[in-house]
Ligand binder design. Structure first.
Ligand code: AMP
Length: 194
């Protein structure tokens, strides 16, 4: 079983979305606070991002936000976080988010969320880390994407063993047990927290 002390959550910056996606963020925030697992995320107060950060804080948990200076205007860095780190670029942001986390969760989101998901997945494929990745398929939101991924495997552009580098769950309650129970693979670079 993996020792998960901090979790990076990738999720949307839009709030014009279905209520069930917002509810999922609140539920995950509550669970992280209860389990004393630190939330690491993009540091904004907009959309699902702001909702999960608020849920963790309101339930007594800890949150680290990492935001590039230039996004402080549009995503508005959340001032009430346990820790807010301002960085110079998107690349540094994603690097620090990855370094600070013991596992990754993908909630519903848009293009930015997709970029973050595929980057952390391909870094794992390249054996740059061995931290678990869980996609939360709330209300089937990610099903078309999962279909595309399966198509990529069927057509030979990705190997099934790399498809297995992320897990899909359909309820928020399944996220943490799945992160904790994922077996470690034999990769070159290990997390310093595991
Ligand atoms: P979105 O899923 O598009 O609502 O964006 C979610 C998060 O991803 C936000 O914090 C965005 O700033 C971030 N984001 C947007 N575009 C990119 C990108 N090209 N690379 C990395 N992160 C991004």
């Amino acid at each position: 079983m993996r020792n998960i002390k901090s979790v990076c959550v990738y999720c949307g910056s839009s709030s014009r979305v279905r209520q069930s996606y917002k509810d999922a963020a609140v539920e995950l925030g509550r669970i992280l606070a209860r389990e004393q697992i630190r939330l690491v995320y993009g540091g904004g107060q907009v959309g699902i991002m702001g909702i999960i950060a608020d849920a963790v804080l309101e339930n007594g948990g800890e949150v680290t936000g990492i935001i590039p200076h230039f996004l402080n205007d549009t995503e508005v860095g959340k001032a009430d976080l346990t820790e807010l780190i301002a960085v110079d670029s998107m690349h540094v942001r994603k690097q620090i988010m990855a370094e600070r986390s013991d596992g990754f969760v993908v909630l519903p989101g848009g293009f930015g969320t997709l970029d973050e998901f595929f980057e952390i997945l391909t870094w794992r494929q390249l054996k740059l880390h061995d931290k678990p990745i869980v996609m939360a398929d709330i209300d089937g939101y990610w099903s078309p994407l999962i279909g595309t991924v399966d198509h990529i495997v069927e057509e030979g552009f990705a190997h099934q063993r790399n498809r297995d580098l992320f897990e899909v769950v359909s309820t928020v309650a399944d996220i943490l047990p799945t992160l904790r129970n994922e077996p470690k693979s034999d990769v070159g670079i290990q997390s310093d927290r595991t």
